[in-house]
Design a protein around this ligand. Structure first.
Ligand code: HSE
Length: 423
């Protein structure tokens, strides 16, 4: 048996060009300052606004991010800006130069993954984006690499810290929605436009990215249902609590037994025996179900400068080692080309009779009443919820799934229901 011999050799630090110095950029910078033995030095920082007050001397900053892309002295680039279009322009240009890049921009990756893959193939650069999905939880790399050959049945969970924070505060302290959202913003969890968090656009981007690694599905985010909690009320929180459940925003990537896969994000009633029940505040939780590996559950901080900066650091280490994603499911012949439809059981509050009729709600129980609200429950189709998503939103309706699903093409049976029961 050979023995590893310790070495005292200190590697030359890799030189990092940092584009963006918001919550994540500062988190990463601070981690690298506190942890020099990681072997990375931020040598250039590019930001947009020259007049903004920042916690470092003004001479540390420059204002033309493009200049970093051509700098041969930089070993690695990190893109952590807010603007998804500008992020795509910069990351695209960097990949065209064959550079190694880490990004935390989920909206950009979700919207442009096919082009980003092509650029890497054509020009030999590498893009890693662990920080884009579930903050500090190493979900992308684990699914992409460790589970590369595992047939996965589903990956689901709480992928947005801000909405989970709001739901926790409303339930624990009876906080008002607006007050709880202001706290999530003050703590740096929320996006600059918090609608992205509250209306579930942000977890939708994360689910779209995951779908490529889970089952080889490349989706346009606009084709994926996202319902959020903009219209959640204290009555909804009470309604769930009275049944021993909590409302969580759950994103799901679901492989279907007959073939195909689907992706959706909605509020869901989570029972006490689900691992997601105990995931509170800005934490995220991910449930993975594999054919051979069985069930896994991962929990960790899903938002915030240090947790997300820690994920960028992990990508920097991987880039320095020459690692790239395998995209094994994308290359496999089993890659899923189109998303499938599904029957979802939901409770709906505050939808007109016309809207309920349009959703073709097949009732599963009588209309339920809370002292302050009336709920209609039944099965509808994922495709119908998607079709009427904006109408539901404009009407101020609140939709929450029970977690029960069924195929749309076959009649419901006990055994089929058992197969499809997700949480
Ligand atoms: N706004 C996001 C969230 C940040 O609340 O989860 C992390 O992606």
């Amino acid at each position: 048996m050979s023995r590893l011999s310790p070495t005292n050799a200190v590697p030359t630090p890799a030189r990092v060009g940092l584009i963006g110095f918001g919550c994540v950029g500062q988190g990463l910078y601070n981690i690298l300052q506190q942890h020099p033995e990681a072997g990375f030095t931020v040598t250039r920082i590019a930001v947009k606004n020259p007049t903004k007050l920042r916690p470092l001397p003004a001479n540390r900053f420059e204002f033309h991010a493009d200049d970093l892309l051509d700098d041969p002295e930089l070993d690695l680039l990190v893109e952590v800006i807010d603007d998804a279009d500008e992020a795509f322009r910069l990351v695209g240009a960097a990949l065209r130069r064959g550079r190694r890049v880490a990004t935390a921009n989920k909206a950009m990756v979700a919207r442009h993954l096919p082009e980003l893959l092509e650029l890497q193939r054509d020009f030999g650069g590498t893009l890693l984006y662990e920080a884009a999905v579930c903050g500090s939880i190493p979900v992308i790399r684990t699914i992409d690499s460790y589970f590369a050959q595992e047939p996965l049945r589903s990956v689901s969970g709480i992928f947005n810290g801000s909405s989970n924070y709001v739901l926790t505060r409303m339930r624990e302290d009876g906080s008002d929605y607006t007050e709880a959202l202001a706290e999530a913003q003050a703590q740096g969890f929320a996006e600059t436009d918090p609608t992205l968090d509250m209306a579930a656009f942000d977890p939708r981007s994360k689910a779209v990215i995951l779908a490529a690694h889970v089952c080889g599905l490349l989706l346009n985010p606009d084709d994926v249902l996202n319902l959020g909690i903009e219209h959640v009320s204290s009555a909804d929180i009470r309604y769930a609590a009275a049944r021993g459940q909590k409302i969580k925003v759950v994103a799901t990537v679901q492989l279907l037994p007959g073939g195909g896969a689907t992706v959706y994000v909605t509020p869901q009633l989570v029972p006490a025996d689900s691992p997601l029940y105990a995931v509170e505040r800005e934490y995220n939780g991910v449930l993975v179900e594999g054919e051979f590996a069985g069930q896994h559950f991962w929990q960790g901080r899903g938002a915030g400068g240090h947790p997300t900066g820690s994920a960028v650091l992990a990508d920097l280490v991987a880039l320095r080692q020459g690692s790239r994603y395998t995209y094994a499911k994308l290359d496999a012949s089993a890659a899923v080309a189109t998303p499938a439809d599904l029957g979802l059981e939901v409770y709906i509050r505050n939808a007109s009779a016309d809207l309920l009729a349009a959703l073709d709600l097949a009732p599963t129980s009588a209309t339920a009443h809370d002292s302050a609200a009336e709920y209609t429950s039944g099965y509808t189709r994922l495709s119908q919820l998607h079709q009427f998503r904006d109408v539901l939103r404009a009407a101020g309706a609140f939709v929450v799934r029970t977690g029960r699903v069924r195929p749309v093409t076959q009649p419901e049976t006990a055994s089929l229901e058992a197969v499809f029961e997700t949480e």
